[in-house]
Design a protein around this ligand. Structure first.
Ligand code: KG4
Ligand code: ZN
Length: 330
């Protein structure tokens, strides 16, 4: 059994976690910067980077102390190396490099998307490759065929906004504040999803891509018309988003080789209406449905440590001059 330290700092969550190669999360800390960014209605990169620089080192010291470990006891140090806001990514990656250099422990520079993609295997030891992955967060919106560690085939991506971004923009239009996803979901529970006619962009298209920009504009028009209650707009938006996701999944999976499991990951996977719809979709297609616990869906360091453990098990590590990458497709 080995132990991996994971570090996450690519967006607005600062996080550190210790995870064992047999799937135990032995210590973790996470600090959200929501309050710092809320007045701006979105993440401000400079504020994010400064907050990571303040919070990360004490957080790492805390998890190490909680587990009563020295850095030399670790089997690897894994940090998000991209994609993300470059200032924040560099705080985490450079910290990991310094620790790796001083302790002689191998460094793993992790693709944040790989962290999300492999996180369901941290929660569920029975989830084997290959699986279909719906990866939906604030910055990403993809359907992937996950064949193995480092072996990902992209089946679909968004041509404009990510799904989480569409939730965040809808929240902004409705005056619900930031981050918007949870607020839209909560308000949607009180509304009628049939009340507001909204488009389902790309529905029926054979190209397996997502598009949410038109949906966002329609939400804005609905709000501006003054004809609808906010709760009805939220519910109708969420239903339109669900319809789009299911339609795009259907097209993507029909075109791929049969996959036994459907897995959802990324921040939007925290949405219970979307989870329920996906579960039903999987059942109809005789696929197993796997969703990690909510704490592993949104950004966290345990998933980065776990991706490190998976890569370590295949004999990989990364050099100390590994460059941070603002863009890094899987
Ligand atoms: O994975 P994540 O924490 O960060 C990124 O890598 O982007 O995802 C954050 C995104 C935000 O857009 C947030 O609004 C969305 O996930 N989100 C939700 C819910 N919880 C978080 N969207 C819809 N419903 C939710 N319950
Ligand atoms: Zn993420």
């Amino acid at each position: 059994m080995g132990i991996v330290l994971g570090i996450e700092s690519s967006c607005d969550e600062t996080a550190a976690a210790l995870v064992t190669t047999d799937r135990q999360i032995i210590a973790q800390r996470i600090a959200s910067q929501d309050e710092a960014h809320a007045p701006y209605g979105g993440v401000v990169p400079e504020i994010a980077a400064r907050a990571h620089a303040e919070k990360l080192a004490p957080m790492i010291a805390e998890v190490m102390a909680e587990a009563a470990l020295d850095f030399q006891d670790l089997d690897a140090i894994a940090a998000t190396a991209g994609p993300g806001l470059i200032g924040g990514v560099m705080v985490g990656l450079v910290s990991a490099k310094a620790l790796a250099m001083a302790s002689g422990v191998p460094l793993l520079a992790i693709n944040h998307l790989e962290g999300h993609a492999l996180s369901p295997r941290l929660a569920d030891a029975t989830l084997d490759f290959p699986y279909a992955l719906l990866l939906v967060s604030g910055g990403h919106c993809q359907i992937l065929q996950v064949n193995g560690v480092g072996d990902y085939r992209r089946l679909a991506t968004t041509i404009d906004d990510a799904l989480g971004e569409a939730f965040d923009k809808t929240a902004k239009i409705l005056g619900l504040g930031y981050p918007g996803g949870p607020a839209v979901e909560k308000l949607a529970r009180e509304g009628d999803e049939k009340a507001v006619p909204l488009p389902r962009p790309l529905r029926g298209s054979k190209e397996p891509h997502f598009s949410f920009a038109g949906l966002k504009s329609a939400v804005m028009r609905a709000k501006d018309s003054g004809q609808y209650q906010n709760a009805d707009i939220a519910a109708s938006f969420q239903q339109a988003a669900i319809d789009c996701v299911l339609d795009r999944l259907r097209v993507s999976l029909d075109a791929a080789s049969p996959l036994p499991s459907l897995v959802v990951a990324g921040g939007v996977a925290a949405n219970s209406a979307i989870r329920a719809a996906l579960e039903q979709f999987a059942q109809v297609r005789a696929m197993r449905f796997v969703a990690p616990p909510l704490s592993l869906c949104t950004d966290n360091a345990a998933m980065i440590a776990w991706a490190g453990a998976e890569r370590l098990a295949t004999g990989q590590n990364d050099p100390l001059d590994f460059a941070a990458r603002p863009r890094w497709p899987l």
